[in-house]
Design a protein around this ligand. Structure first.
Ligand code: NAP
Ligand code: ZN
Ligand code: ZN
Length: 357
């Protein structure tokens, strides 16, 4: 590992799965020639932050403490290394879930850095190849990232509402594009949280007929306003039965264990149920119902840099941002407790100005 100089910056961090988040100091490298230094203005609160902070992925992606999460970052460039070409001081930019990758494996060469064999360097709890230890995310005042992993924020988008686009946005946009969702198709979105509400907006903007499945009847009117054509309360088995065998594609954004078979039954022949929600425990699947209609279950992870920029530009053209509740960083533990109860409309975004208090 190279020896690089570093500086201290204010942040919030968890010290253990049960400590909650509290003020802390973390280190950032001094910008290298291709690095951009960023003042963090806003950071969205993804359910993945909560899974990581509470070590809910302990078997597959154990958390290293202290942990500073946050990968829906919007900020302003404060300094650039001497070889930076794409950005200048003062530019408004975004940083998502990736801060580097190997750049040579097949995934990286195809612009699918999220599937890097390296593996990719994730924005938090990833191996930090410059400073050692793990990377720290956007619940912090300042961040340093290689320019190739920094995104341009389209003009005209509200910076706070745009922050969730670089995780919740791209995670739903990418599978909708990959499975070619569009006009003439019936698409299901499961769960109306941070990811789900972006999925409803995108699937609607892409021209599909959109059905939202929710466990929260109180979210129905919002779902329709966000772009759903129909809402089904998933606990209502008669309403579920009416939808059997009718979907081309279903995107499942649920953060907790739940019954996948109920959704497999809703697919047409050759239909696909794609998981983006990430409960760690295995979920049982009835194989027979897959066989009879050649149905598929798939997964999808965020999106590569090229597609993330494409998604941001799509949002710029269509005026799409996230519906947010802005919070001070001191409210973060209460926000997590609400997230667990599916009580968010529809993404918490931290205003990092509060970190200066
Ligand atoms: P979120 O805002 O908490 O939304 C999750 C939604 O799932 C809730 O609003 C709720 O919607 C539904 N839900 C929650 N518990 C449920 C249960 N027990 N049974 C059925 N439905 C339930 O979370 P998020 O930030 O959108 O993230 C969702 C999941 O995606 C998390 O597991 C996160 O780690 C994962 N994720 C994956 C990727 C990826 O690359 N694949 C990227 C980002 C996040 P209703 O109230 O409408 O039922
Ligand atoms: Zn996320
Ligand atoms: Zn790679």
């Amino acid at each position: 590992m190279m020896t690089v100089s570093s500086y201290e910056t204010r942040a919030f961090a968890a010290q253990s799965p049960t400590s909650g988040l509290a003020p802390a100091t973390i280190r950032r490298r001094d910008p290298l020639p291709k690095d951009v230094q960023i003042e963090v203005l806003f950071c969205g609160v993804c359910h993945s932050d909560l899974h990581q902070v509470r070590n809910e992925w302990g078997k597959t992606m154990p958390t290293t403490y202290p942990c500073t999460p946050g990968h829906e970052i919007v900020g302003r460039v404060t300094k650039t290394g001497r070889d930076v070409r794409k950005f200048r001081e003062g530019d408004m930019i975004a940083v998502g879930c990736l801060v580097d990758s190997c750049r040579t494996c097949p995934g990286c060469r195809e612009g699918l850095e999220q599937y890097c064999d390296g593996p990719a360097m994730f924005t938090y709890n990833g191996a930090d190849k410059h400073l050692g230890g793990v990377t720290y995310g956007g619940y912090s005042a300042s961040l340093v990232v290689d320019e190739d992993f920094v995104l341009r924020l389209p003009k005209g988008l509200d910076p706070a509402g745009a922050a969730p686009l670089v995780c919740a946005g791209i995670t739903t946009y990418s599978p909708l594009r990959h499975w070619k969702v569009g006009r003439g198709q019936k698409v299901g979105i499961v769960g109306l949280g941070g990811l789900g509400h972006m999925a409803v907006k995108f699937a609607h903007a892409m021209g599909a007929r959109v059905v939202l499945f929710t466990t929260s009847p109180g979210k129905s009117a919002d779902a329709m306003r966000l772009g759903a054509d129909e809402v089904v309360v998933s606990k209502d088995s008669a309403a579920m039965l009416k939808q059997a065998g009718s979907f081309d594609f279903i995107l499942d954004t649920v953060s907790a264990p739940h019954d996948l078979n109920a959704y497999v039954e809703l697919l047409k022949r050759d239909g696909t149920l794609t998981m983006v929600g990430a409960p760690e425990e295995p979920l049982p699947v009835g194989v027979i119902s897959l066989l009879f209609r050649r149905r598929r279950i798939a997964g999808s992870l965020i999106g590569g840099l090229r597609e993330t920029q494409e998604m941001l530009d799509f949002c710029g053209e269509h005026g799409i941002t996230s519906d947010i509740e802005k919070i001070a960083i001191q409210d973060i533990n209460r926000a997590y407790d609400r997230l667990v109860k599916s009580d968010v409309k529809y993404r918490f975004v931290i205003d990092l100005a509060s970190l200066k208090r």
